[in-house]
Design a protein around this ligand. Structure first.
Ligand code: GAL
Length: 682
């Protein structure tokens, strides 16, 4: 019998934060980019800022293994020892996201290929084909060497696998990928007949007679096969997942005393199915960057945080990266306003993060990211950012007791990468119906009611929620549709967005009347989907307008709550149902057959929540976010004022942790400020 080392159940973040004695605070640290004399200053300033955890080694493959099989550990030993001597723990990364030049030169066939057949060049990061056996061998050898060397290093409290799997290279169309795709398809479909049927290959004479005929969905003269494109998305995410599993298995075998994570990207990454990766991590970590030009970027942040919590199964999670100020990859990289980084950080914390980490510690002076902000900017310790970084460190120290508490939500919003992929394939009714836009609309509408939701996969256990929201779930598996029926039948309240339940898992249309998966549940049939012109608006019966999408809905049991207006202003289905409610079993199912304006969607979702008995954490004025974290009999109320005016929240009782104020009734949250209250009785 082989000896299996004992491995604790690491799913509680306490394994990391317990060793740090508080909320994890720090960022990516890339000492290899700096002369060694700078490191001592780094360690000293980290302490000054309250940093207790840094991610080391993410992109250091060429420094660790400068020649194949030759390792240079000296510098990394010194970095880890120095950090340890200063009481700073390490999240040690496997540097597999950036293969060095010698690797690409020795294995040119490992370079990824685009759908047009272009090989991508080295000289960047993630320049490898996810299915390359040469890459797998080299990466595994490196991970093994790293794990063997540092398994017992006292600074290392966490392993960080790779970096943002698939951010740049998820979709590779080379011959190696083609062969791997065929293997994956055999597993999924069993026989060629199964594949032909799943892909509907009798359309345009695409019937396959031999597995070798099957290719990735490379560029074609006319539309390619959508089921093939969808399977390719699944395969590509799975190919990276296989790499993630391989690295994780090595770390678990060789360093069983340390938990393993990888930084997922949540809503920022379409190509990788985060819900498939999350269970393969001991702890869920997520990166988030604001869309700087979006005035409601803080709501996108909240969505990503709630998704992180959903991926973590409700447990505390790590914010592995965000930015202190500007990024370097948007068209115009706006700096954060004074106080914005603090609000961002504490909003993540409010929504269940027990770690606030940044990309990166010291701003680079060379390379493609030198204009990306960092904790320690080019200007050093006299900068505004540094001042905010040190004071955030103070805040997090005070908030240490929040660690381990969880966010209790009564509402779930269903999010699905597969539906995202399928909705945005070619040759749909409208290119303007974008999955994330609809999800954002719905999330934002709910956010403005103050109700907190978990963002969960379609297969999640819904029994603990009072209401479930399903924005535009175009593709729906039979069992997931059935779970939503069961949820409503047993008293749940459901709201479904336009163009949902239309296709099965192979992207075949469900017949018998749209929306096939939800027709009976919603008590209606959609006679026709009626996308609108990009700039077109249609009037609704309450005088508001809707955009982008309409449907000709025939209620069969559903009550119409809102109609498209009569006459020409009502668009292509004048007088028809736009929002419906259907009593079903012990619950009710609503349908929203268009993309209404924010106020209407807010009213609809507020009505659903009211029906369901799900309320906000606390009634707050507009622009103020209220979220509650709970630990046993303790509760912590976070109030974040995103507005530029002071706002008063009534009915706050307890002690402000950051301001030391005892609240018993009204609490004024200054413009841009955050108040965290340990609630009385708690
Ligand atoms: C992330 C990445 C980091 C850094 C950052 C810049 O996607 O993981 O390494 O590049 O973006 O915003």
């Amino acid at each position: 019998m082989t000896h299996r080392p004992h491995r604790p159940d690491f799913r509680s973040l306490d394994h990391v934060t317990g060793r740090l004695g508080g909320i994890a605070y720090g960022g990516d640290y890339n000492p290899e980019q700096w002369p060694e004399h700078v490191w001592a200053e780094d360690a000293r300033l980290m302490r000054e800022a309250g940093v207790n955890l840094v991610t080391v080694g993410v992109f250091s493959w060429s420094r660790i293994e400068p020649r194949p099989g030759t390792y240079e550990w000296g510098w990394l030993d010194r970095v880890l020892d120095l950090l340890h001597a200063h009481g700073i723990a390490v999240d040690l990364a496997t540097p597999t996201a950036a293969p060095p030049p010698w690797f690409s030169r020795a294995h040119p066939q490992s370079l990824p290929e685009t759908s047009a057949g272009n090989r991508l060049a080295p000289g960047s990061r993630q320049v490898f084909c996810p299915s390359s056996p040469d890459y797998a061998r080299a990466a595994d050898r490196l991970v093994r060497a790293l794990a063997e060397r540092y398994a017992d290093h006292p600074a290392v409290v966490l392993w960080h696998v790779h970096n943002e799997w698939g951010n740049h290279n998820a979709l590779c169309y080379c011959d190696t990928s083609a062969a791997a795709f065929r293997g994956w398809l055999r597993e999924r479909h069993g026989t060629l007949e199964g594949l032909n049927s799943a892909w509907g290959t009798d359309f345009w004479s695409q019937r396959y007679g031999d597995w070798e005929e099957i290719l990735p969905p490379r560029d074609t003269p006319a539309f390619g096969n959508p089921s093939q494109a969808l399977d390719y998305r699944r395969f590509s995410s799975d190919a990276l997942l296989a790499r993630h599993r391989a690295e994780t298995a090595l770390l678990r075998e060789l360093a069983p005393g340390t938990p393993v994570t990888t930084n997922l990207m949540g809503t920022l990454e379409k190509k990788v199915d985060g819900f498939a990766f999350a269970p393969e991590c001991d702890l869920v970590s997520v990166d988030h960057y604001l869309t700087a030009a979006d005035p409601d970027a803080h709501i996108g942040l909240a969505l990503n945080a709630d998704l992180a919590r959903g991926m973590a199964g409700g447990r505390p999670w790590m914010l592995m990266e965000h930015s202190t100020s500007a990024v370097n990859w948007q068209p115009v990289n706006l700096a954060k306003q004074p106080g914005q980084m603090r609000r961002n950080s504490l909003t993540h914390l409010a929504r269940g993060a027990d770690a606030v980490m940044f990309f990166q510690w010291r701003q680079a002076r060379a390379g493609a990211e030198k204009w990306h902000s960092a904790m320690l900017p080019h200007g050093g310790t006299s900068t505004r950012t540094w001042g905010e970084v040190t004071s955030l460190g103070d805040d997090l120290r005070v908030l240490a007791e929040v660690r381990g508490s969880t966010v209790a939500a009564e509402v779930a919003l269903v999010f699905d990468w597969q539906a995202w992929w399928a909705l945005e394939l070619e040759a749909r009714p409208s290119v303007h119906l974008r999955y994330l836009d609809v999800v954002r609309d719905w999330y934002q509408a709910l956010w403005s009611t103050g109700v907190t939701c978990d963002v969960v996969p379609p297969g999640a256990d819904l029994s603990r929620y009072r209401a479930v929201l399903v924005p535009s779930l175009y593709l729906t598996a039979d069992e997931d549709a059935e779970a939503l029926h069961t949820f409503v039948r047993s008293g749940g309240h459901l709201a479904v967005g336009c163009f949902s339940g239309v296709a099965d898992v192979n992207d075949h249309v469900r017949l018998g009347g749209h929306p096939g998966a939800f027709r009976d549940l919603l008590g209606l049939v959609v006679d026709e989907y009626l996308p609108l012109r990009e700039d077109e608006q249609v009037a609704l019966s309450d005088g508001s307008t809707a955009r982008l999408w309409a449907e000709r809905v025939e209620p069969h049991g559903a009550q119409t709550r809102l109609r498209f207006a009569e006459g020409p202003d009502g668009g292509p289905a004048p007088g028809g149902a736009a929002v419906t409610r259907h009593a079903y079993g012990d619950g009710a199912a609503w349908y929203v057959a268009t993309r209404p304006g924010p106020a209407v969607l807010r009213d609809v979702l507020a009505a659903v929540c009211r029906d369901a008995g799900a309320g906000p954490a606390l009634a707050v004025p507009p622009g103020v976010e209220a979220v509650r974290r709970v630990k046993g009999s303790r509760s912590y109320l976070f109030l974040v004022n995103h507005g530029d005016r002071d706002a008063t929240v009534v009915d706050v009782h307890g002690t402000g942790l950051l301001d030391g104020v005892r609240y018993d009734g009204p609490c004024t949250v200054a413009a841009g400020d955050v108040v965290v209250v340990r609630e009385r009785g708690a």
